[in-house]
Design a binder for this molecule. Sequence first.
Ligand SMILES: Nc1ncnc2c1ncn2[C@@H]1O[C@H](COP(=O)(O)OP(=O)(O)OP(=O)(O)O)[C@@H](O)[C@H]1O
Ligand SMILES: [Mg+2]
Length: 456
Amino acid sequence: MSKATILVVDDEKLICWSLKENLEKENYEVLTAGSGEEAMEIINRAQPDLILQDNKLPGISGMELLEHVKKIREESLVIMMTAYGDVHTSVQAMKLGAYDFVEKPFDFEKMKLTIAKALETVNLKQEVQVYKSRQKAQYGLDNIVGETPAMQKVFEMVGKLSKSDATTVLLQGESGTGKDVIAKAIHYQSRRAEKPYMEINCTSLPDTLIESELFGHEKGAFTDAKAMKKGLFELTDGGTILLDEIGDMPMSTQAKLLRVIENKSFKRVGGIKDIVVDVRIIAATNKDLKEASGEGTFREDLFYRLKVFPIYLPPLRERKNDIPLLAQYFIQLFNREFKRKVRGISRETEELMMRYDWPGNVRELKNVIERAIILESSEMILSEHLPMEITIPSQPASSQKLPVKLPAEGISLAEVEKELIQQALETAHGNQVHAARLLKMSRDTLRYRMKKYDLL
Ligand SMILES: Nc1ncnc2c1ncn2[C@@H]1O[C@H](COP(=O)(O)OP(=O)(O)OP(=O)(O)O)[C@@H](O)[C@H]1O
Ligand SMILES: [Mg+2]
């Protein structure tokens, strides 16, 4: 770090001189001013990191200078030097935003410590700021790829949310479609960005724990509750909470959640006090909540409350035009990580990727590219470095799993066969050659079976 600059403001020349001497020994850069007016002029020009000022100054007073400094730059660090025992002035200085005060005559060792501590706080604040803006860039929409209309619509919704006060969002999409990244983007684009972002996976917690995780508990609320604990809703106040896999949330917790959404307040487990919070809830799921509410495993009223602002992330197979772009994005990502220089994917690789259905969605594509970059020694990702399920064209229909499922109570195979033969004949408008082809059998076999089932 470069040297910190300290401005000493005092009309007593001797004090200015001795502080300058001593502080320079501590490796600070020191400027001095004999009056408030002179100090202001220096502040405009040099922007010191810390101002050490006397309260009693000729011309404008120490308090006026402090007020002025704080008005120009709120985060300015000011340490006030006050007369010994002048509590009133010290308190007033703190109220006006001074970082600390030292009483005159001062002990230089103590003064040194106060200065070091103050500068450390500033550094820390600046670091947090840098970290936050980095986080903002990392989780912003810039790192989410998608050109297809379906994804553009998602981005548009995220944009709308950033300006809206809507406190509930329902994020639906298959596993690996990007629900997590979209949830983070929603948070970091919104006015809540500086406040906490928390995630909780409703599947991974046992029913007994989830309520205390979400809402906290009072001391003695249950056997293990040895002390009061704040829950996620309290800790996330002002920010955003992602309730992942909301479809797996126990029914009793769902009821409590609905109350939080409606009343914006809740009670800790075992508590009586209402705690008011302002939290945006993003509920994510890869389940069909409407279906779940029909089956009675998800509260219908909660479902309707959540879906006020729905965002649907389509599976990758329905937005295949994003595949080349995503592949390129991940190549750059892993090039950086593994210090590689892969340029792109070969034509054949691209064709295979476009043909494949990506059941694991974007996550699967990301993993495929990561693996290929590790294996690849040429400039392009070649098809030989793709996993087998992508390179081997899908199996003929006969060896694939049938789309029909055996009902629990069983079924007559003969009846199924008869029904399918009838359907094939209907589709083929009675043409037996076509119907046989649909059923992948010879015409003779078809005729034999038609006879068997009295269809001739
Ligand atoms: N549009 C996208 N652009 C860039 N990276 C993406 C995109 N969508 C997803 N990813 C990446 O794919 C991976 C999976 O995404 P994510 O974890 O958000 O999926 P998910 O929908 O939450 O899945 P699950 O339901 O399994 O939790 C992550 O590494 C994420 O960074
Ligand atoms: Mg997820």
